[in-house]
Design a protein around this ligand. Structure first.
Ligand code: PMT
Length: 412
């Protein structure tokens, strides 16, 4: 915490009293704390309390400029190493989600590029309300990290989820996050492109062909790459899971959409992982109107989709390319065939006929192949742990490639 500048946003919830303890603990831990209160927060705790604890002037009014040399909301937004909103009320979360900037704190939140952490606190029904949950989902997707509220007796008399986390726990959480931000990570400075989900190939306005991919494997890879420090772009087709936070998401529908989205970003990518289940064929025509029931049979002509991974393999210059192989038999034979045909560095084979592996499950059982054959055989693991292991292997191979390139003064 030493030397960190933290903007502590205090909103008008009864938990504002806990924010005083948080301010004190952050200051004691060595952080420079600038408290910004909403007008409502000042009705619950006086600004002087925070001023005494932080040894800094407390801001409430956007137009109350203390230093004529700067515009204070921009200055604070720029100087912050982190903005911590505690308590974060339902109202402030709604403003953050919609980009409303009508007071000092919400304006700073819109202007800052620093990491934002929020500790929600409110009545259990307000927390569970679909509007609040939707706002939390939007903010999570944009990279805001939440310090989850606890369950217990609330000031309003209800018992349930909505209590702001204890100040000590918030300080611990922030210390860990700062430590993680400062530790050099294996994919720092790298751009990673991940595909996830199943493509949708439309037959008519109400029918389509797709597959059982939930997106879980691709999401786990995107999250692991994000946590390894990469700038991640996730190309997501049809998925049934909430989108991961802290990655750039591009939604696509069909294999053709995915092809365009992937190819247009390929030149910049360092690592590409194709976990998506891409339809090999699509209807030759998409009927503009619902196809009517006529005879006893209906013939649909399917035409071949482009093989995106194969095209990436053809265009590959410096990218590290990982394909997946979803098989029900002959895993090694088919995975090796795909690896060579699509010019991949690694192929992750999963036998999707096995329980606990493949489509829709929270776990997977994979064998990773390189040009020589199997190199990593993993037991049943969560998709997140599977993703970690795949990434570690890719990172080793990528840095070995970079070292070899350096040794011969260019690319290999
Ligand atoms: O999403 P989940 O429910 O978590 O399920 C995970 C998964 C089973 C979808 C995943 O682990 C997986 O195996 N993904 C690849 C599925 C697949 O399409 O495999 P394939 O063997 O048909 O294709 C081989 C590779 O070529 C894949 O990397 C695929 O993305 C790519 N491909 C395939 C066809 C095509 N037209 N273009 C492609 O790029």
């Amino acid at each position: 915490m030493k030397g960190k500048t933290i903007v502590l946003g205090v909103c008008g919830g009864i938990a504002a009293y806990k924010a005083a303890a948080l301010c004190s603990k952050l200051t004691q831990a060595g952080a420079k704390v600038h408290v910004v209160m909403t007008e409502s927060a000042t009705k619950l705790v006086g600004p002087v309390t925070f001023q005494a604890l932080s040894h800094e002037a407390v801001r409430v009014d956007t137009f109350d400029e203390l230093d004529p040399g700067v515009i204070s909301h921009i200055d604070l937004a720029d100087r912050a190493d982190a903005v911590v909103v505690a308590p974060a009320t339902a109202n402030m979360l709604a403003k953050m989600a919609t980009g409303i900037a009508d007071d000092m704190l919400s304006t700073i939140l819109l202007a800052t590029t620093a990491p934002v952490f929020a500790a929600p606190a409110m009545n259990v029904h307000m927390y569970g309300h679909p509007a609040t949950q939707a706002n939390l989902a939007v903010l999570r997707e944009r990279g805001v990290e939440f310090i989850e509220p606890g369950v217990g007796q609330l000031a309003c008399g209800y018992v349930g989820k909505g209590r702001m986390e204890e100040p000590e726990k918030i300080v611990e959480f922030l210390k860990e996050r700062f430590a993680a931000m400062e530790t050099p990570r294996p994919l720092s400075g790298k751009k990673v492109l991940v595909t996830a989900g199943g493509t949708v190939e439309r037959l008519d306005p109400v029918r389509y062909f797709t597959n059982d991919s939930s997106g879980k494997m691709g999401f786990a890879l995107a999250e692991a790459a994000r946590d390894h420090g990469a700038e991640v772009t996730l190309i997501a087709a049809r998925v049934s899971e909430p989108l991961p936070a802290g990655v750039q998401v591009v939604r696509v529908t069909s294999a053709l959409d995915m092809e365009e989205a992937v190819l247009s970003r390929y030149a910049d990518a360092d690592l590409v992982i194709k976990a998506a289940a891409v339809a090999d064929y699509r209807p030759a025509e998409t009927a503009p109107q619902k196809i009517k029931k006529t005879g006893d049979t209906l013939q649909v002509t399917l035409v071949k989709n482009p093989d995106i991974l194969e095209e990436l393999g053809r265009r590959k210059d410096r990218q590290f390319l990982i394909g997946f192989a979803a098989e029900t038999d002959g895993l090694e034979k088919h995975a090796m065939d795909k690896l060579h045909r699509k010019n991949c560095d690694l192929v992750v084979g999963n036998d999707v006929s096995r329980e606990a592996a493949g489509f829709g499950t929270d776990t997977n059982i994979v064998t990773v192949f390189d040009k020589e054959g199997p190199v990593l055989e993993l037991p049943v693991l969560s998709k997140r742990e599977t993703a970690e292991r795949i990434l570690r292997l890719a990172e080793e191979r990528m840095s070995a490639g970079e070292r070899a390139a350096d040794a011969c003064g260019g690319r290999v």
